[in-house]
Design a binder for this molecule. Structure first.
Ligand code: NAP
Ligand code: 8YV
Length: 314
């Protein structure tokens, strides 16, 4: 029987899906190697591809010169240097679409938690405060509110559909207007922020969106405004966010992503009433992570068989 192609896994992804890869490849798990340098020395020449979660530096590509595909576990590929990969003749694939629903679900979960204070109200009950204070207090509604989506792409459209279910008035900001969507388009992000009560950010990360949501945008969203970020930490200016939340220029925030994960600025920890935090879990259901992993698998299989890649990004 012919030897299976060798694949290097620099950073782990959903284990049941990584295990499936052993059906079609001989896998080398760099992240768990007791001596990573030795593993690279042993397998570098043999490996024809990488399967990875957001990690594959140009220096690693140089050390594994015959690997001509990076199959990334994730739709976002901002942490992979596409120009450097292309310059080396390395193709990159990602995992679009299979996670749209799951990410949109969490965006709405965060939105509702923040507006209705679900997390904070839960602490109120657990701390025994209900019998003492009698009433929790009053919050802002979700239904019929005005929401602005920053990045009306594959996931953004799913978020919009869910918002429509809550009878919200929906607007969006992209670099270009989309044909055939029933939502109001704002070419100017500050203008949209001024007109909405809730902003949901779901653009790609990377240089083009770095600090796209800056102090001006937050001030325009205002003291009653809610900012939800499920995109990348780099898209929102974290220093400005903390400052605006502290002095009330922005009302509240719900964040799944941070600029320096897994580190989260401690200032946010004490903001219990108006800030909801999750550890980058928007796509983290079993079904979705399996589907993402199988797209990694399918791209690798197509590559091994000389077929067209399913979801290439370069
Ligand atoms: P997509 O289909 O490519 O949509 C991206 C949208 O952002 C497009 O509508 C695009 O419109 C807009 N956009 C891009 N650059 C922009 C800019 N500079 N200014 C304003 N708008 C811009 O991508 P997707 O599949 O929906 O995924 C979006 C991102 O979500 C991913 O790249 C990833 O970073 C993030 N994500 C996070 C999680 C999580 O776990 N939290 C999970 C999945 C994805 P224009 O091109 O017209 O500007
Ligand atoms: C995952 C993501 O967190 O797809 C993306 O861009 O951010 C998420 O789905 C990640 O890729 C895998 O853990």
């Amino acid at each position: 029987m012919a030897e299976k192609p060798h694949v290097l896994i620099p950073a782990p992804y959903y284990k049941p899906a990584m295990d499936r890869l052993d059906e079609i490849a001989t896998t080398h798990h760099l992240y768990s190697a007791s001596d990573p340098k030795k593993m690279i020395a042993d397998v570098a020449e043999k490996c024809v591809a990488f399967a990875t979660f957001m990690k594959c530096e140009p220096s690693l590509m140089d050390q594994v010169p015959n690997a001509k595909l990076v199959a990334n576990f994730g739709v976002g590929y901002d942490s992979i240097d596409i120009e450097e990969a292309t310059a080396r003749g390395v193709k990159v694939t990602n995992t679009p679409d299979v996670l749209n629903d799951c990410v949109a679900d969490l965006a709405l979960g965060l939105l509702i938690s923040a507006r209705r204070h679900i997390v904070h109200a839960d602490s109120f009950v657990r701390a025994g405060e209900w019998p003492v204070k009698k009433v929790y207090g009053f919050v802002n509604k979700v239904h019929h509110s005005k929401v602005g989506i920053v990045g009306l792409g594959r996931i953004g459209e799913e978020i919009a559909q869910r918002c429509a279910g809550f009878k919200m008035e929906i607007s969006y900001h992209n670099r270009s207007m989309k044909p055939d969507v029933p939502y109001r388009y704002y070419p100017d992000l500050v203008e949209m922020a001024r007109d909405v009560e809730i902003m949901v950010v779901i653009t790609p990360g990377g240089a083009a969106t770095n600090n796209l949501v800056d102090e001006k945008v937050m001030e325009a969203l205002g003291p009653k405004g809610l900012l939800v970020n499920v995109a990348r930490g780099s898209v929102v200016d974290m220093d400005a966010l903390i400052a605006c939340l502290k002095d009330g220029r922005l009302g509240s925030a719900a964040l799944d992503v941070f600029p320096d994960e897994p580190n989260v600025p401690e200032e946010l920890f004490s903001m219990r009433e108006n800030v909801v935090l999750t550890p980058h879990i928007a796509s983290a259901s079993h079904d979705t992570r399996m589907a993402m992993g199988m797209l990694v698998y399918d791209n690798l299989k197509a590559f091994f068989e000389g077929r067209e890649l399913l979801t290439p990004v370069n």
